[in-house]
Design a protein around this ligand. Structure first.
Ligand SMILES: *Cc1c(COP(=O)(O)O)cnc(C)c1O
Length: 421
């Protein structure tokens, strides 16, 4: 019997079966977690981290050793020459936009090879919106190579990367799509193809949700630049805000000139006492990502056992922490999200309802009960109320809390007669 929570015996039995099914993947996840944890620990040791690196600076923040050393550690962990890790990045979109505006110039061309990028990047590129100062308004051209059967179209990529292309842009995570995430090996193949066609091309990777999912990161396989959010994987559930860019020294420098100003770059930026949590977040990140991955695999195994479509499948190789479940109708999506919310450490007493969210063309129901507002390395679920009625789930600070959350979601569905067990 599960202590402290009321779960139907049938769900407990299904959970035991799901755990057995997941055990092979759990072993693989443990092995990757250990590898990445050792990578991070050795970078801390190599850079001689001490308590003095946590000292808070104010004002200009000149000579902040904690900030400078964190950049070095980050570069080492991400297989890059240099990095820019700052609490000043407001979110992942801001970090990616800083990188794009940092390195692209009027007359340049950006080529997305993973189809149309994540929604929030559309205004940055100028695919939608006007008068906001998009890349397009600054004379940066954009083109994309669509995915073919949800996979990279290597032939079309080879054709598209010519002398006119300044940057090849890759989105590692599936975001809110049903396509599989990219594996690091696929990113490597794109890098090789792109550099062969145009040796001076800059390969940039949107690394959101991908950090520490595999043993290598994009720069390890030849990408020139990658960027992500600190309230997803790379902040380990501890960073309270921020983002990072890692990559070639000259490109990171340009990004720093964009974040602050030409000339000042990395030299300024008071850390206001954030250093300790950014260090601690990176230290925890491999483990936290491992917990999130186990949560995703377990949820996939449990709900496929109930007869629902899950993507990725529990035994599939993963390039990000995102899990989606095809729950087939509105009632189930709502019951699922209510169950997830009821098992969250924060705001468990709230009951999510579908609402018209700005920027969406349908109602959306969301469950999130996180220590950090909007954090998606903490367990959260959201679902647009429209065909094909999928819920997107990510995160899980601890596997055991995510596991009970998933069981409570199943329990909610069972109590409403929406689950066959
Ligand atoms: C989360 C995410 C972003 C950035 O989103 P923010 O909400 O601004 O942090 C960009 N791309 C992908 C693939 C993401 O998952």
């Amino acid at each position: 019997m599960i202590p402290f929570f009321k779960i139907d015996e049938k769900i407990e039995r299904a959970s035991d079966i799901a755990l057995k099914k997941a055990s092979e993947q759990f072993k693989k996840i443990d092995e990757i977690t250990e590898y990445n944890q050792l990578k991070v620990l050795s970078a801390f040791i190599n850079n001689g981290v001490s308590e003095s690196h946590f000292v808070s600076t104010t004002g200009y923040g000149y000579g902040d050793r904690g900030r400078e050393t964190l950049d070095k550690i980050w570069a080492e962990v991400f297989g890059a020459e240099d990095a820019l890790v700052r609490h000043n990045f407001t979110c992942g979109t801001h970090t990616l936009a800083t990188a794009l505006f940092g390195v692209l110039r009027p007359g340049d061309k950006m080529l997305s090879v993973t189809g149309t990028p994540y929604d929030t990047i559309h205004n940055v590129i100028g695919i939608s919106g006007s008068g906001m100062g998009s890349l397009k308004e600054f004379g940066v051209a954009y083109d994309e190579v669509p995915l073919k059967d949800d996979r990279l179209d290597y032939e079309a990529i080879e054709k598209a990367v010519d002398e006119s292309v300044t940057m090849v842009y890759i989105q590692r995570s599936r975001g809110y799509e049903l396509r599989p995430s990219l594996l690091i090996e696929e990113i490597e193949r794109v890098v090789k193809i792109a550099k062969k066609k145009n040796p001076s091309v800059i390969v940039m990777v949107d690394n959101c949700y991908g950090e520490f999912v595999q043993k290598k990161e994009p720069c390890d396989v030849g990408a020139d630049l990658c960027a992500g959010s600190l309230i997803k994987n790379a902040g380990g559930g501890i960073a309270s805000t921020g983002g990072y860019i890692a990559g070639r020294h000259d490109l990171v420098e340009k990004c720093a000139y964009r974040l602050t100003t030409p000339g000042l770059g990395k030299e300024v930026g008071a850390t206001l006492g954030h250093n300790r949590e950014l260090y601690m977040g990176l230290f925890y990140a491999p483990h936290t990502v491992g917990e999130a991955l186990k949560s995703a695999v377990y949820i996939s195994a449990l709900f496929s056992g109930f007869g629902f479509k899950t993507t990725p499948a529990y035994d599939a190789e993963r390039g990000d922490i995102v899990q989606s479940l095809g729950l087939e109708n509105e009632e189930r999506l709502v019951a699922f999200c209510k169950g997830i919310q009821s098992g969250s450490p924060i705001d468990s007493y709230l009951s999510p309802e579908p609402w018209d969210m700005p920027g969406y063309d349908s109602k959306v129901v969301m469950a999130a009960g996180a220590f950090t507002m909007g954090s998606s390395i903490e367990l959260s679920a959201d679902a647009p109320i429209r065909e094909p009625f999928y819920a997107w789930i990510q995160g899980g600070l601890t596997f055991h809390s995510a596991k009970i959350c998933a069981m409570l979601a199943a329990q909610q569905m069972l109590e409403r007669g929406l689950l066959d067990v």
